[in-house]
Structures are given as C-alpha cells and as structure tokens.
Design a protein around this ligand. Structure first.
Ligand code: SF4
Length: 373
C-alpha cells in the first residue's frame, strides 16, 4: 500500500509533509485519506485538507483523559478507532498525559502524573471526560485517589484550555442519571456551568467524531460550533431519520413488523419496532462505525436515541414505537426542534398511550406523517 501512486496534488498536501508522515510509518495514501475524511466529517470544503495536514505537523496537543461513573465504553471505542489507528493518534497528534485505561502507571504514581500534567500545561491542555459525575452525599459515590469526582473534575476543567465530554454519561448524565438516579449523577456542563465544553454524546462516542473535534482544535485553535445543548453541529446537526437508508421505506409505508419477518429481511423501515431515528440527531447514518462499515439501523436494529439528553428515560421503552412523527423535512435542525422533541417523547407516551396515539384518524392529521396500523 505504501508504494502505490497517490495524486497528492489533487488535494494540495505538500510532498514535504507526506514524506514526513511516511517516515513515521503512515503511508501517504492513508494520510491523505485521513485528511480528506476529516474535512468531510467536519463538513469543510476539500480545500481545507492542506490546512489540516499542516496543523497536524509536529503538533503534540497535551490531553488529560479522566473517567468517572462509566463503563469505559468510550475508551474502548477510541482504542478501536481505525481511521487512523488509536496508536497513530496518540503518538502523532496528541500527547496523552493521563488516561487510566491505557497508562502503565498506577496508584499514587498515576495520580501524581495527572496533577503534574495539569500544572505543567495549565491553560493549554484539552481535558476529555468520560462518565457522569455523582454529586449525591458529598460526592462519595465516586472517588479517585481519595478525592471525589466532583472536586477532581472541577479542578481539571478550571485549568484546561477546553473540555470534551465523550459519551452521553459525561455529556448529560446518561445511564447513571436514569430514574431514580440514586447517586444524583450529572453531566459535566451541569457540574461546571459556563465552562468551555463541547459535548460528544453517544453510547459510546463515535471515535471519528472525537478525532474530528481534536483535529478541529489543532487546526483552528478552538472548539467547533455547537448547538443549543453543546453538541458540535458537524456531527449532531442533522436528524437520523433524514439521512437513513431505510427512509424511502418509511415514506412508502413499508415497515418491518417483527425482527424475523419478510419486511425486516428486505430492509424495510424499523419505525414500528421502536426506532427513535425521527427524534434523534447524530451523524451515524453518514459516517457509521468500523471504517464506515455499518451502524445499528443498517444492521437491523432501530435507533435508541443514545445521543439525546435524558437518555435513557426519554427514549425507553426502546421497542415501543413513537406515538407521533412530526412532518418536518430535511431542513429541520437540532437547534430548532431537538430540544422540544426530546422532552416530548416520554410525555407523549404517557399522555396518549401507544394504542390510542396510532389510531388512523390521528395519523391523518396534517402535521404528522401517515402511519398505518
Ligand atoms: S424510522 Fe428509523 S429505520 Fe425508519 S427511516 Fe426513520 S431512522 Fe430509518
């Protein structure tokens, strides 16, 4: 692969930069692919590829990655990133100063390296937070090195250049914050209101979105533009339902009725099996997972709205269909309608009841999409 001819002039990345990456073991083809993928993910014109390539050269962004109330799913997702590999990102783009899942140090030695890094790179490092923060009972439900997550997170956020939350737990509380929320778990933005934060919710975070956010910070020196709930618009600006490959079947009234029927085998819409795509905002259908191989709806399972605030309470029961689908089109944005929809989901279930909400008469109302029983 390394020796295959590549038309680098097509994207304008200099030979000098390509040769440097080749010397580090990254083929010119892979590096060009990485830069063009990043421009596409960030919704930038291809002409930004040379700017991104130049920004990545010789830069080592200090990063501290902390984990609180979580399952480590976001760390796992990042370590399995293959575009480029996590090792390439860690070694060549960022300087990972502290990350419990991958570091060799443990105990007091690890704690010391975290606080040393905070002092050394004060105001310059990026903080990545994984997991929610339990605030109940003075924060006793999660302590690291004898210090509560509440106190630790506040210090690290205050001294960081910016904070990225990975996963829905760190962004909005996620599963630990689901009713009855026994630990009074919150997301980072609720712990430190007004801090410079970008939220990358999802269960887990899509590693490509995290990589793109890091690349944006390196290239432009700031976090990407966000929506009303702190999510980058490049990744959460579009409704899943509007980019779904099963959408034509939804519009045609072709639905899978069970996970083993003919409609399911033929790729029909999963709406009646509980898909929350009409109320969820994420770029899953366009960037997918595992090098763009697939995503849940493509694999045959409905979206569960895992990147939404209030997940899981607002999106469960997962296999019960939404009581109504507003009739807006692809021009709809998360800023305009996302907040209202998220809050409305659970309430709509409670108020209407699933059976009554789908009476044919209801579905014929002008502001709803027609759904057959
Ligand atoms: S309801 Fe779900 S499966 Fe059907 S088109 Fe919308 S996002 Fe796709």
């Amino acid at each position: 692969m390394k020796n295959e001819p590549v038309r680098s002039e097509a994207v304008g990345i200099s030979e000098e930069i390509l040769r440097k990456w080749e010397a580090k073991g990254v083929s010119r083809r892979d590096f060009i692919k990485f830069c063009t993928t990043m421009t596409a993910t960030l919704a930038l014109p291809l002409t930004f590829a040379p700017k991104i390539a130049a920004a990545l050269e010789d830069k080592r962004l200090p990063v501290i990655w902390v984990e609180y109330q979580s399952c480590s799913g976001d760390s796992e997702a990042f370590l399995r990133a293959n575009q480029p590999t996590a090792a390439e990102i860690i070694l060549d783009i960022i300087s990972l100063e502290y990350a419990e899942v991958v570091m060799a140090a443990a105990g007091h030695q690890a704690e010391k390296s975290k606080w040393d890094a905070m002092e050394k790179y004060k105001g310059k490092y990026l903080l990545i937070v994984e997991g929610s923060i339990p605030t109940g009972e003075g924060g006793v439900y999660c302590t690291v090195g004898g210090e509560s997550a509440v106190e630790s997170a506040k210090k690290l956020i205050k001294n960081a250049a910016a904070t990225i939350t990975v996963g829905t737990c760190a962004s909005y509380g996620g599963l630990p914050a689901a009713a009855p929320n026994p630990t009074t778990a919150v997301g980072v933005r609720d712990l430190v209101p007004g801090a410079t934060i970008v939220n990358l919710p999802g269960c887990p975070v899509n590693a490509d979105n995290l990589t793109a956010t890091l690349v944006h910070f390196l290239t432009f020196g700031k976090l990407p533009a966000v929506d009303a709930i702190g999510r980058p618009k490049f990744a959460y600006g579009k409704r899943i339902h509007d980019n779904c490959e099963r959408r034509a079947h939804f519009d045609a009234g072709q639905y899978a009725e069970s996970f083993d029927d003919a409609g399911h085998r033929q790729g029909h819409c999963l709406y009646k099996l509980g898909c929350k795509g009409p109320e969820a905002f994420h770029n899953c259908p366009t960037i997918r997972y595992n090098e763009g191989l697939s995503w849940p709806v493509m694999a045959g399972h409905g979206c569960i709205g895992c990147a939404s605030p209030g997940f899981w309470d607002t999106m469960s029961p997962f296999y019960r269909r939404l009581p109504q689908v507003p009739g807006f089109g692809v021009e709809a944005t998360a800023d305009k309608i996302g907040l209202g929809l998220v809050g409305a989901t659970a309430a709509a279930f409670a108020v209407h009841g699933v059976a009554s909400a789908f009476r044919k008469g209801d579905a014929m109302e002008s502001d709803k999409v027609k759904v057959e029983e």
